[in-house]
Design a protein around this ligand. Structure first.
Ligand SMILES: [Zn+2]
Length: 161
């Protein structure tokens, strides 16, 4: 169903605004406080859902209840309702555009986590991203991570003795 695909995309995109390269872990939302608070809560839920063993998710077990409360509160920020305008259905909302976007992101995330998504933590060396396992053989967030993992295994095989 196209709608749920869209929802999954935006939730995973938001989760992955934390990413890593050789220089370390980066945060794309470093200056957007409210969105970052939502994203951090969603990453706690993602870590919980995937039993994330990576250092970037350390301590998430103690923050799950707080994260659920944050996501639910943000989801309630921008209630909307259908209205008839000249015979067409429009969506009315009395929040400002920023609040509305944030509320929609949180509402999408609620539906995402409530739909039992096949969410996975990418366990390639150094990666901090999440992905939806959308086919049975998918094991990494990207082909780059798959290649990195294969190279690391190759290296370990040839340098262990
Ligand atoms: Zn990855």
């Amino acid at each position: 169903m196209p709608v749920s695909r869209l929802d999954q995309g935006s939730t995973v995109d938001l989760l992955n605004t934390v990413w890593a390269d050789r220089a370390g872990v980066h945060d794309e939302l470093a200056e957007v406080d409210e969105k970052r608070e939502l994203r951090d809560a969603l990453r706690v839920l993602a870590a919980d859902r995937t039993s994330d063993p990576r250092p970037v998710a350390a301590g998430h077990q103690d923050r799950v209840a707080e994260a659920v409360a944050t996501v639910n509160a943000v989801s309630a920020l921008a209630p909307s309702w259908p209205v008839l305008v000249d015979g067409d259905v429009r969506i009315a909302c009395d929040a400002g555009p920023e609040e509305r976007r944030l509320g929609e992101l949180a509402a999408e995330a609620v539906r995402f986590f409530g739909s039992d998504p096949q969410l996975r933590a990418c366990l390639a060396p150094g990666c901090v991203l999440y992905f939806v396992k959308d086919h049975p053989r998918r094991a990494w967030c990207s082909t780059a991570c798959g290649n990195r993992e294969r190279a690391a295994r190759h290296y370990a095989r040839h340098h262990s003795s």
